[in-house]
Design a binder for this molecule. Structure first.
Ligand SMILES: [Zn+2]
Length: 79
């Protein structure tokens, strides 16, 4: 995937598009996570599968725009 530097902080980014068609910047470096898939046989434990996940760059960027975004995100939370 193509990486580009963030215009605010210079970090490497990948631009994705979400289901609403909006562009979403994510940190270029993936983080390993485990996802669980329910087994067809309910008696068996779920299948654990290692996957690459990406963090929204809005969550890690040091720019004022990103800080405003984080403030907006936290306002909607009730804790
Ligand atoms: Zn940035």
């Amino acid at each position: 995937m193509e990486t580009v530097p963030c215009r605010s902080c210079g970090a490497s980014l990948i631009w994705g598009v979400n289901a609403q068609g909006e562009r979403v910047p994510v940190d270029a470096e993936p983080r390993k996570r485990i996802t669980l898939w329910p087994s067809k046989d309910q008696a068996l434990p779920p299948l654990a599968s290692l996957i690459d996940t990406y963090v929204s760059h809005w969550a890690t960027c040091s720019s004022p725009e990103a800080q405003a975004w984080r403030a907006q995100q936290s306002q909607g939370r009730t804790g």
